[in-house]
Design a binder for this molecule. Sequence first.
Ligand SMILES: NC(=O)c1ccc[n+]([C@@H]2O[C@H](COP(=O)([O-])OP(=O)(O)OC[C@H]3O[C@@H](n4cnc5c(N)ncnc54)[C@H](OP(=O)(O)O)[C@@H]3O)[C@@H](O)[C@H]2O)c1
Length: 225
Amino acid sequence: VKAGVLGSGRVGQAIAGRLSELGHDVVAGTRDVEATLARTEPDAMGNRPFSAWWAEHPQVGLATFAGAAEQGEVLVNATNGAASLQALTAAGADNLAGKVLLDATNPLDFSVMPPTLNPVNSDSLGEQIQRAFPEAKVVKALNTVTAAVMIRPAMVGDGDHTVFMSGDDADAKATVAALLRDFGWRDIVDLGDITTARGTEMMIAVWLRMMQAFGTTEFGYKIVR
Ligand SMILES: NC(=O)c1ccc[n+]([C@@H]2O[C@H](COP(=O)([O-])OP(=O)(O)OC[C@H]3O[C@@H](n4cnc5c(N)ncnc54)[C@H](OP(=O)(O)O)[C@@H]3O)[C@@H](O)[C@H]2O)c1
């Protein structure tokens, strides 16, 4: 598959790298290719710059959001939650139309600590994206674990924990489920239509408290029936 991964942060890097490792042809998207490659210092969170990651993954293409969205047959939204609608607008509605858009975002508002969600309760970012880009096939998934666990669930516990999907299009969810299985996920729960993303986005509130309690980001939710 030719994949367009919109986002140059930890999630974009993790998913682009893993898809490429699995043999897919991957193009990562960013606002401004030159500006992204010019950054040589770690960001405020101490994450190493994209250029350092890219030097180790030269097989991954790099383009603007529009370029990556145009080239990708399957797309991933790994952009900042507060800026996702802006980033996807830059990617271009025409470039999203008819394509699977795996949405791994959380709409976190970091202006208060601990961060809150916006939207929340009666709406979700997954739904906002689906409404803004009705021809895209949005599937919310992977937003309930840290980037490293998204692509290698077996790095925590026995790997038999749970990942969730929300989306309106059954075929798009089948495509995403196949990718998730390739990443190593074995317990994939299809929660239903895109409105169910409200539930998994709100799981981040618990996730943040667990991160505080455990002192690590490397854990997952396991649903026991
Ligand atoms: N980090 C995790 O482990 C984790 C786990 C679960 C879910 N998530 C979610 O995944 C998404 C990505 O997270 P992340 O940690 O990889 O990085 P992030 O810092 O949240 O997002 C980085 C991406 O957002 C883009 N961006 C930032 N501000 C923008 C703006 N004003 N307009 C357009 N684009 C903008 C950046 O563009 P440039 O490329 O141009 O810099 C970059 O591609 C977020 O929604 C986050 O909530 C993250």
